[in-house]
Design a binder for this molecule. Structure first.
Ligand code: UT7
Length: 319
């Protein structure tokens, strides 16, 4: 029994803000600084009242259509987000309701920017066990809601969006290997240190980040987990057709590709257009490259992410 991706989909809110748009809105930055340090040129921002589940339903419907199934076939929904619609119920349940179906198991996964690699790996285990046969796996974020627009060290980096895949039981190989890790002792270098208590926000409801510390940590663990998952799959880096990394910073992506000996021609990048969409960035980049024809059936993909927690993970699969 294997678990194979049979359809992909994604959605970006209509409003796109360029770096110069941020400058025009009063952010103390410049297009030159953002492009040079991050590779980001533009990001999408959700409209007023547009929630993570709204983005997720658009991406999911496209993935369902691409897989050629009906939503009723889905028996498991796993949704990765750090910007849920509510404290509860889970955004996965709200998505299920918006898809007009019921009965499937549905829950959220919280692993920040590694969320999609976590969600996909969990879904694969359900399918591999034989308990479930058709999973909808989603990464969806409205990070713009948790940005402090006066903190130029973070607000220029993030964007909103959603990506989704249908993962089905299959006789043919799909997911070949995965590896997930966390080290909670590093929670303080990237966090939103706030909560709701007694009807009030306690702490800070905005992204706080030590950028250089995150940068160093990300480059180190992404290279390590890539090698680990290659070992588990019994493969060499040269056998990877496409690397689809979390889209946080082009310099992190380039450093990871270099450490693996992969040319940038084999790396899918959307960070220039999407910014960092956290748990949505990997499925968004995957869907972009499937729809523009670069990723083809039978290609070998490596997905990898790193994010708050700290968490990190990688998945190798036959598409
Ligand atoms: O999804 C995972 C989470 N996030 C990441 O992976 C992000 C990882 N970190 C990074 O990508 C980079 O560390 C950043 C892009 C966030 C920052 O780049 P950096 O090269 O590490 O810059 P820095 O934080 O060391 O700051 C250098 C300078 C500082 O000025 P001084 O002290 O040298 O005068 C900052 O105040 O750049 C300044 N700066 C800015 N200037 C213009 C910081 N942000 C900005 C900005 N525009 N937006």
């Amino acid at each position: 029994m294997h678990a194979r991706i049979t359809g992909t989909g994604s959605y970006l809110p209509t409003l796109a803000l360029s770096n110069n748009d941020l400058v025009a809105r009063g952010v103390d930055t410049s297009d030159e600084w953002i492009v040079e340090r991050t590779g980001i040129r533009s990001r999408h921002i959700a409209g007023d009242g547009q929630m993570a589940s709204d983005l997720a339903v658009e991406a999911s419907q496209k993935a369902i259509a691409a897989a050629g199934i009906s939503a009723e076939k889905i028996d498991l929904i796993i949704l990765a987000t750090s910007t849920p619609d509510f404290i509860f119920p889970s955004t996965a349940c709200l998505l299920q309701s918006k898809l007009g179906v019921s009965g499937a198991a549905a829950f959220d996964v919280q692993a920040v920017c590694s969320g999609f690699t976590y969600a996909l790996t969990v879904a694969e285990k359900f399918i591999y066990s034989g308990s479930h046969h058709c999973a909808l796996v989603v990464g969806t974020e409205v990070f713009s809601r948790i940005l402090d627009w006066n903190d130029r060290g973070t607000c220029v980096l993030f964007g909103d969006g959603a990506g989704a895949v249908i993962l089905e039981a299959s006789d043919a190989p799909g997911i070949l290997a995965s590896a997930l890790h966390a080290d909670g002792s590093h929670h303080g270098i990237l966090e939103v240190p706030g909560n709701v208590c007694g009807g009030k926000v306690v702490g800070q409801p905005f992204v706080k980040m030590d950028g250089p510390a995150v940068f160093k940590f990300a480059v180190k663990v992404l290279a390590e987990v890539a090698r680990e998952v290659l070992d588990r799959a019994g493969m060499a880096a040269a056998e990877i057709d496409w690397l689809i990394p979390h889209q946080a910073n082009i310099r992190i992506i380039q450093a990871t590709a270099k450490k693996l000996g992969l040319p940038m021609e084999k790396v899918i990048t959307t960070v220039d257009r999407h910014g960092n969409t956290s748990a949505a960035s990997i499925p968004l980049a995957l869907d972009v490259a499937v729809r523009d024809g670069r990723i083809k059936r039978g290609d070998t993909l490596m997905l990898e992410g790193v994010g708050g927690g700290f968490t990190w993970g990688a998945v190798i699969l036959k598409f």
